[in-house]
Design a protein around this ligand. Sequence first.
Ligand SMILES: [Zn+2]
Ligand SMILES: [Zn+2]
Length: 160
Amino acid sequence: MTEISGQRPSWDEYFLSIAREVATRSTCLRRHVGALIVRDRRILCSGYNGSPPGQPHCTDVGCLIEDGRCIRTLHAEQNAITQAALHGVSTQGATLYCTCRPCHVCARMIVGAGIVRVVFFGDAPEGWASDVLRDAGVLVSGLPEPPRRSDTGWDKLILQ
Ligand SMILES: [Zn+2]
Ligand SMILES: [Zn+2]
């Protein structure tokens, strides 16, 4: 990721860096993930992994682990897609940005939501998710995760 005074980031870098900030709102203790849904370089909606409204958060009552995964939370991609549904925003033809590779459930929701491209930090979607996305013709771009602009936190970044 480029410094503020250096080269401008690419669109993919730009949206993934915003998704990384979205992830800081996560309420799961195991992992913080952020997602954005974008069309025509405009952000349609965002999501982070956390409990649905009205449900207790992992940060309050602990994670609910089944088969090694926390099942209390919706995944960031799922929350972004449900936010679009809640607000009546079409995701047809959109790109989804996520700070981690999609799981097979998210992959199927991405296909169902008419999303045509997925960009994430990582190599490839996990296992079956790869097949689901490929069979649906969804373009997949895995990018290496760059270091943050500042490892000294917000205060330093804002003061620069
Ligand atoms: Zn959790
Ligand atoms: Zn998922």
